[in-house]
Design a protein around this ligand. Structure first.
Ligand SMILES: C[S@@+](CC[C@H](N)C(=O)[O-])C[C@H]1O[C@@H](n2cnc3c(N)ncnc32)[C@H](O)[C@@H]1O
Length: 263
């Protein structure tokens, strides 16, 4: 069952803007001043909406995404900001040598919102990402932990049943894939589900990767109800209870989203 924001690009853009203004930017600003001239890169920027509140604060923004369709939408939605030189959008793989040569040590803030769970080999990716930070720069990560009820992203499934059942993404790969196939899911959706299953980012693994990459956690917030569930399911955002957040592994099953800044 595709949600409204999966069908309507403008709706998704507006939701990105509102969520960034109310949650992402204020969270980052707690540990890193967001002031005119702050250089911000968003990796996996999609339609670019997350960056608009940063542009409004006078930041100079770069959005990068592998999807040409989504980058073109970002250029459309933020045409004025691009024309004024406040933002740039590139359909690019950040692993490209010319990208590294141009942007190494360039950014005060790097944002990955709902992206790290799509990236393979995160142990290599995070230290590489660090190379784009200026000294004293920080990286924001927001993602749904793997073991949470919809950690497989099954809400993007096209069929009603496969999109509303929680936790079945945790089943062994062949059973999970078999269920999706039997339900008649689109092969592209099945491939996306399998890619996310391969990356499996839990809170514990994420924190371990940060430590191994020499990145210190500057701030973190776990959510019982992800702020973006306002749009997806009409639910009020809710922070995770402190005692649940403090229990490794158990918290993964009950936490629908985490925000971290590291540096
Ligand atoms: C769920 S969307 C998130 C979009 C936006 N950040 C937001 O919060 O609404 C994930 C985006 O990450 C992009 N993506 C996935 N892997 C990527 C990579 N290695 N480099 C750049 N973009 C990537 C996808 O193309 C997609 O647009």
């Amino acid at each position: 069952m595709a949600l409204k924001q999966h069908k309507d690009d403008r709706v998704r853009f507006d939701q990105q803007v509102e969520n960034s203004r109310e949650y992402v930017l204020p969270f980052i600003a707690k540990t890193k001043p967001i002031v005119p001239g702050t250089r911000v890169m968003e990796v996996g920027c999609g339609e670019g909406g997350v960056l608009l509140p940063f542009i409004e604060k006078g930041c100079s923004c770069l959005g990068v995404d592998l999807s040409e369709i989504r980058i073109n939408l970002a250029k459309d939605f933020l045409a004025k900001e691009v024309a004024e030189g406040k933002a740039e959008f590139l359909c690019k793989n950040i692993y490209d040598e010319d990208f590294l040569a141009k942007y190494e040590a360039s950014f005060d803030v790097i944002i990955l919102k709902d992206v790290i769970e799509h990236v393979p080999q995160q142990e290599q990716f995070v230290p590489y990402l660090k190379r784009f930070l200026k000294p004293g720069g920080q990286i924001f990560f927001g993602f749904p932990p793997w073991y949470m009820p919809f950690g497989g992203h099954q809400q993007v499934c096209r069929k009603k049943l496969t999109s509303v059942v929680p936790y079945y993404h945790i089943l062994p790969r062949f059973i999970y894939k078999g269920i999706l196939k039997m339900a008649g899911e689109d092969p592209n959706v099945i491939q996306e589900m399998m890619e996310i299953k391969d990356t499996q980012i839990t809170i514990e693994r994420f924190e371990r990767i940060m430590r191994k990459s020499g990145l210190k956690v500057m701030n973190k917030q776990h959510y019982l109800i992800n702020p973006i569930y306002r749009y997806k399911f009409g639910l009020q955002p809710r922070k995770q209870f402190g005692f649940i957040s403090a229990i490794p592994y158990v918290r993964d099953f009950l936490t629908t989203c985490v925000y971290y800044t590291v540096g």
